[in-house]
Design a protein around this ligand. Sequence first.
Ligand SMILES: [Zn+2]
Length: 138
Amino acid sequence: MPGLKAASFPIQLRDLFKLLDRHSDEEIKDAIVSENFSSRLNLPTKIGRLIAIYPNIWTDIGWYISIRKSLHVDNFPCVHIAYATSAKANRSIVEEHGVFSILTGNKRSEKLVIAFCPWCAIGLNTDASQRLKHPKSE
Ligand SMILES: [Zn+2]
């Protein structure tokens, strides 16, 4: 199996999501239960391989189709952070000045900044003055 860098997953997922946007929620759900997902949706071989090896692909696809009409996933570091900030997930992660936090209490001020996505471990910006930049690993 060719070595895939973890950091390349979100980029390839974005390619998959763009292809899924050609299909309705119903077509995607039918393709999932058909167990012939890639060919039902005419996905390229490269994307089919990603689906075969990516551990949480069905959750990611489900999350994507549940939020794609209400927000632009491309505006977030990954689909997980996008989903967690949505009403579907009770806005359990909040974004302020490009920094993401998990709420720890009832007040908006009770929160912890997160440096990595809890699902895919992509690095997140933790400095409000460095909006849109990802932290460098040191
Ligand atoms: Zn993620």
